[in-house]
Write a protein that binds this ligand. Structure first.
Ligand code: FAD
Length: 509
């Protein structure tokens, strides 16, 4: 009897029970396939990172005595699709059973379930042993509700898993949420921690990827590759983060700067999403740092909320709403993405900075993704589906289960407000308050009208004006609509005209 066990590229969890002890009847299979490089146009660093991490993982499995059949992208036997390769591997090894771990993406979940259902041999799916929650846990918590309040879910998770709670169930520091302490702009003090990530040369792998014909964009940085690609490197990054950045994480969580692309963020999303690092390891470490008095409770709580709260919560949204969630478009926005999404060349300094660093590092922190890029896209009426495909391709941490609810739900309000209680949009004032982007920008942050007026300003008012039917009843937007009502007809007409002009020439901004 021979059992084949499939490990996908984002399932690199060496602590999984599958790897407890080597067995002569088991063969682990891993594959680099064009199916996965090509489902969307990816950033070069994302492809390099996944393949390099997979290769490292396979090496370690072999070292630990496991049998592994690894199909590299340029392997002559590689059929370049997961199921065609499984056909080949099952036959080649005369396998009597197939097992796989629950895919996090709906696309792969379906593909493997359909494939397995048609197999003449035994086939079954195992858990990934990674997340705190089951796929449908959030759906149970929110049973029957139209709005899924993240905070509600998050408190349940804190209590259920005993994170930052006392023995009597009270929240650490006397409060469940320290979000209002996380709103400071950053003036350069303290400076962002140095980028101490280890560097590796992956130029040979990069040449192989290119030779395979897989298309990509962005800076490959293959010769000086900086992302942690195995468990030890991820742990080192976690330690550096806890020591150097976490103490300031809370305060500057929403800050942005042209001078600092990382600020006090952890850069752990890739490692966690491909499961090199367990969210429990990260949360335990951060909780201990707070217990030891090394970090303020606001920082520890703010950080843990992102992982125990947001990360698990968006996964629940994804599984509840797929298939079909990727097609939602509540505002009917359909403007194609302007070309500068692929080269960063726009005169809006904030957008140029956020997209520029995304192209350079395959990463940009949350507020750049949400309040610069996503904000502009929503105000300008860009197609949410195209935008989703862009986010899915460019970020090294982008896997559909986490990217899609963030893009379509949180950032574009394209689901009509399941996740977000109001659209995350702003005029230039917010961006100016939280960043140094506006200084030296071609556009005038104060002006609403005229050629040099910051596009966000007219677009902001126009967005609320043209979506009165959908948004005016929202209590959290009372102030905005009050201001709109006070605006005289002439001023409103001028804003509409300016916004229509901007929307017609997004490519030239
Ligand atoms: P930190 O700021 O150090 O946060 C720590 C961790 O918390 C992250 O590693 C991540 O695992 C988790 N986290 C934080 N915010 C979120 C969130 N909103 N949803 C889920 N988890 C969160 N995150 C992804 O992992 N993959 C994506 O494809 C992705 N796409 C996004 C698209 C948009 C439009 C927006 C607004 C956000 C997106 N995020 C995504 C969430 C967030 O921006 C990234 O997780 C974060 O920037 C990763 O960098 P970091 O590890 O330094 O994060």
């Amino acid at each position: 009897a021979m059992r084949l066990k499939l490990i996908l590229g984002d399932q690199l969890n060496h602590q999984h029970s599958w790897f407890a002890r080597p067995s002569a009847d088991e063969l682990f299979v891993m594959m680099e396939v064009r199916q996965e490089t090509d489902y969307v146009l990816h950033h070069a660093q994302k492809i390099i990172a996944i393949f390099a991490a997979m290769r490292d993982f396979a090496r370690r499995l072999r070292q630990a005595g496991h049998r592994v059949h690894y199909l590299a992208i340029d392997d002559a036997d590689n059929r370049q699709s997961i199921t065609a390769n499984l056909d080949y591997l099952l036959a080649h090894h005369a396998a009597t059973e197939l097992r796989w771990q629950a895919p996090d993406e709906w696309r792969l979940d379906r593909q493997l379930a359909d494939y397995a259902a048609a197999l003449p041999i035994a086939a079954a799916m195992d858990d990934t042993e990674h997340f705190y929650t089951a796929r449908d846990e959030a759906a149970h918590i929110f049973e029957g509700r139209d709005h899924w309040l993240m905070e509600h879910f998050y408190r349940r998770m804190r209590s259920k898993h005993g994170v930052l709670v006392s023995d009597t169930g009270k929240p650490a520091g006397g409060q469940w949420n320290f979000d209002h302490d996380n709103r400071e702009a950053w003036q350069g003090i303290p400076w962002e921690p140095a980028d101490l990530r280890g560097r590796h040369d992956h130029s040979v792998l990069w040449q192989t990827i290119q030779a395979s014909g897989a298309k990509s964009f962005g800076e490959p940085n293959a010769g000086d590759f900086a992302w942690p690609l195995n468990h030890e490197e991820a742990l080192e990054q976690l330690e550096r983060f806890v020591e150097l950045a976490l103490p300031h994480f809370g305060r500057f969580q929403d800050a942005m700067s042209v001078k600092a692309w990382r600020l006090f963020h952890s850069l752990l999303s890739f490692a966690m999403n491909v499961k090199l690092l367990s969210p429990r390891t990260v949360i335990d470490r951060v909780q201990n740092a707070w217990r030891d008095g090394a970090v303020p409770v606001a920082s520890a709580e703010g950080y843990i909320r992102q992982i125990l709260g947001w990360r698990e919560y968006v996964r629940g949204v994804y599984w509840h709403r797929m298939p079909g969630y990727d097609k939602l478009n509540a505002f009917g926005h359909d403007t194609p993405l302007p070309w500068w999404f692929w080269d960063g060349k726009t005169r809006m300094r904030c957008v140029a900075a956020a997209i520029g660093q995304s192209l350079e590092h395959a990463h940009s922190h949350h507020i750049n993704r949400l309040m610069v890029i996503g904000n502009f896209a929503l105000l300008a009426g860009l197609s949410p589906e195209e935008l989703h495909r862009w986010y899915l391709g460019i970020y090294i941490d982008a896997f559909e289960w986490v990217e899609l609810p963030n893009t379509l739900g949180m950032s574009q309000f394209a689901d009509g407000g399941l996740l977000a209680t109001k659209p995350y949009v702003s005029s230039a004032a917010y961006i100016d308050r939280m960043s140094d982007y506006c200084k030296g920008c071609h556009y005038d942050k104060k002006a609403r009208l005229g050629e040099r007026a910051c596009p966000y300003n007219a677009l902001y008012w126009d967005f609320f004006d043209r979506n009165r039917d959908k948004l005016a009843g929202n209590q959290r937007l009372g102030m905005v609509y009050q201001q709109l009502r006070r605006m005289d007809d002439g001023a409103l007409a001028a804003l509409r005209e300016r916004a229509a002009d901007l929307r017609a020439r997004v490519a030239e901004l």
